[in-house]
Design a protein around this ligand. Structure first.
Ligand SMILES: NC(=O)c1ccc[n+]([C@@H]2O[C@H](COP(=O)([O-])OP(=O)(O)OC[C@H]3O[C@@H](n4cnc5c(N)ncnc54)[C@H](OP(=O)(O)O)[C@@H]3O)[C@@H](O)[C@H]2O)c1
Length: 311
């Protein structure tokens, strides 16, 4: 099968489009014939070797950990799926990924794809949606009526986090560059702050939850935006517990795992029209390196998807 793999860590030109053996499936796996994958920043962070200590891969490695496609084959112990099912998943990041015509995924990491969207749209959702859900709902305990600020509202995670927070009845403020303000409002944000305008940034106050998708100075400035007892949840850098205590605020860090239960709930929200995918770039599998270079600019809108198989 065709796959986009790396044999060494490094720049995007390390990505080789080549023939790889069809993945062997274990008793708990399904083999998915992929239609589309999506690109997340973690893909190029892994490609660069930034996570090599935490995730000691055997190379070559097939990149990519979002997929939508059709079940081709099921392992001996799999009961919930059968060949022909249309599914989506954010599979285990410790295994070979989804920039390939086929991928083996544990059945417990797979859910039926939302019926009302295409495979290409569905492939854009799992990783960022599990992330937004785990951060806002599981970690920060978001409740209806709460005031929530989402950094990078136009990004992959932010574009879903805005819609999820609105679906859960929160009042949403999002940060974005001025050029993307209208888009972020269209996603449902009640207020938009231009993150390059220091006065507007400093005026954000009394929030129940701030979702930090940026880290660094953005995380530093986020503490002052929270009301006493408010919750700072980050997916980039663990916030300091000492600072949280000194500020009288709460904080948490999320690094996601596969979660099919969230994908099932998400599919219901998508099919009810409450969450729509936002796709800002589409590439052929052969152009995976170009897709990585786009993601690495940090300026993309919504998600980048890769066409990995036949629709
Ligand atoms: N811990 C986890 O489990 C986990 C899971 C998912 C993602 N992450 C991490 O979370 C981060 C965000 O992921 P993503 O997929 O959302 O990234 P992304 O889609 O690449 O984000 C791009 C967006 O960020 C915006 N942006 C850049 N700098 C900004 C700033 N200072 N303030 C506000 N917006 C800014 C850009 O808007 P402009 O073009 O307008 O600047 C662009 O729309 C990445 O570092 C990723 O690795 C972690």
């Amino acid at each position: 099968m065709k796959a986009a793999r790396i044999h060494a860590y490094g720049d995007a030109d390390q990505i080789r489009i080549e023939d790889a053996a069809l993945p062997a499936i274990g008793p708990d796996d399904v083999l998915i014939r992929t239609v589309a994958a999506s690109v997340n920043p973690v893909d190029w962070k892994i490609r660069r070797g930034y996570l090599a200590k935490m995730l000691p891969y055997d190379l070559p490695l097939t990149l990519g950990w979002d997929v939508s496609g059709i079940v081709e084959q099921v392992g001996a112990d799999v009961t919930g799926f059968q060949p022909g099912d249309a599914v989506y998943s954010r599979p285990d990041i410790r295994r070979n990924g989804t920039y390939a015509e086929f991928v083996a995924v544990r059945a417990r990491e797979v859910a039926l794809k939302p019926a009302t969207i295409s495979h290409v749209e569905a492939a854009s959702l799992p990783l960022v949606s599990i992330t937004a859900w785990e951060a806002l709902i599981t970690a920060a305990g978001m409740q209806p009526g709460q005031r929530v600020l989402i950094h990078a509202g136009a990004g992959g995670v932010g574009s879903i986090a805005i819609q999820l927070a609105k679906a859960r009845g929160a009042h949403v403020t999002a940060t974005a560059s001025a050029a993307k303000a209208a888009l972020v409002r269209a996603l449902g944000a009640d207020e938009v702050i231009d993150y390059r305008d220091p006065a507007a940034f400093a005026a954000a106050r009394d929030l129940d939850i701030v979702f930090d998708t940026i880290g660094g100075d953005t995380q530093d400035a986020s503490w002052a935006m929270l009301k006493p007892g408010g919750f700072l949840v980050s997916i980039t850098t663990p916030p300091s517990p000492e600072r949280a205590e000194a500020e009288g605020k709460r904080a948490g860090f999320v690094f996601i795992d596969p979660n099919a239960a969230i994908l099932r709930d998400l599919a219901a929200l998508v099919d009810a029209g409450q969450i729509r995918p936002l796709i800002g770039g589409e590439y052929r599998l052969d152009d995976a390196a170009k897709a990585h270079e786009a993601s690495e600019t940090g300026r993309t809108t919504g998600k980048i998807v890769l066409y990995t198989g036949q629709p």
